[in-house]
Design a binder for this molecule. Structure first.
Ligand SMILES: NC(=O)c1ccc[n+]([C@@H]2O[C@H](COP(=O)([O-])OP(=O)(O)OC[C@H]3O[C@@H](n4cnc5c(N)ncnc54)[C@H](O)[C@@H]3O)[C@@H](O)[C@H]2O)c1
Length: 254
């Protein structure tokens, strides 16, 4: 029987709300041992407790992914708790906090810099923190979350789309660099997902438009992403690295 992600130690960023919390519940239900992190400490504590009550294993830690100290602490904490690191899901980002959308001239320089610090430097720091351990193990899988806005090029979200585009090159270059150590990295591009943040930040018309262009014309749920994340963390994807998986119900073909 395939092992899937049972007993794999997986670090997940941005798990306090939205899609990240759904990934966490799914990965735990599939038997992974989780470190759930977020800047929202209460949120990840509550999540870890809920996962524990449901029979899963999760430890919570407050982590700002833009901070080198925090990301290094995250890797040390995982090792203290579980003794190894098999997977990292770079999910945290400034996304719903940036809504409603704004034009280029309305994005000030400080906000631009903060989006790059969280959405680009964050995954860089998280990878950097876990790589020494993965190199020692000669194994590991890193999944980074981008967005299908990179393919469509939506307006009013220039800082966000630029940051998520950077992760394409990041993943490809990193795959080359860590492949020789037996470590893989892949990118997932969700479409517009029905979360509280999206329901608050997007009008009903915008959400209906996003749905209408899908080959599978229904709302996208966070659960629609669970399969691809678990697959990429498991040995079932052992020969896949540097790739981009667009999971948007066939809105865009790539
Ligand atoms: N919801 C969508 O439609 C959609 C579509 C495409 C891609 N995505 C991507 O999926 C991921 C999750 O999206 P979501 O809708 O759940 O987002 P969200 O905005 O609802 O949640 C983001 C989470 O990241 C955390 N976070 C923010 N800054 C952080 C930091 N510096 N350090 C640690 N944690 C931080 C927040 O506290 C929050 O819990 C993001 O990478 C987002 O860009 C979402």
């Amino acid at each position: 029987m395939a092992q899937g992600i049972r007993d794999k130690v997986v670090l997940l960023t941005g798990a306090a709300q939205g899609i990240g919390a759904i990934y966490a519940r799914h990965l735990a239900a599939e038997g992974a041992k989780l470190v759930v992190t977020d800047v929202n400490e209460e949120g990840v504590q509550a999540l870890a407790e809920a996962i524990g009550r449901a029979g899963g294993t999760a430890r919570a830690l407050k982590v700002d992914i833009a901070s080198q100290d925090d990301t290094e602490r995250m890797a040390r904490f995982a090792l203290e708790q579980f003794g190894r690191i098999d997977g990292l899901v770079n999910n945290a980002a400034l996304f719903s906090a940036l809504l409603p959308k704004r034009s280029m001239m309305e994005i000030d320089v400080a906000q631009w810099d903060r989006v790059m610090a969280v959405n680009v430097r964050g995954p860089f720091l998280c990878c950097r923190a876990v790589l020494p351990q993965m190199r020692q193990q000669k194994s590991g899988s890193i999944v980074t979350i981008s967005s299908n806005t990179v393919l469509s090029g939506v307006s009013g979200f220039l800082h966000y789309v630029t940051s998520k585009s950077a992760l394409v090159g990041f993943t490809r270059a990193l795959a080359r660099e860590i492949g020789p150590d037996g470590i893989r990295t892949n990118l997932v591009m969700p479409g517009l997902v029905d979360t509280d943040g999206v329901r608050q930040g997007y009008s009903e018309e915008d959400r209906a438009r996003a749905q209408a262009v899908r080959a599978l014309a229904r709302p996208q749920t966070p659960e629609d992403l669970n399969g691809v994340i678990a697959f990429l963390l498991s040995e079932d994807s052992a020969f896949i690295t540097g790739q981009t998986f667009n999971v948007d119900g066939g809105a865009l073909f790539h």
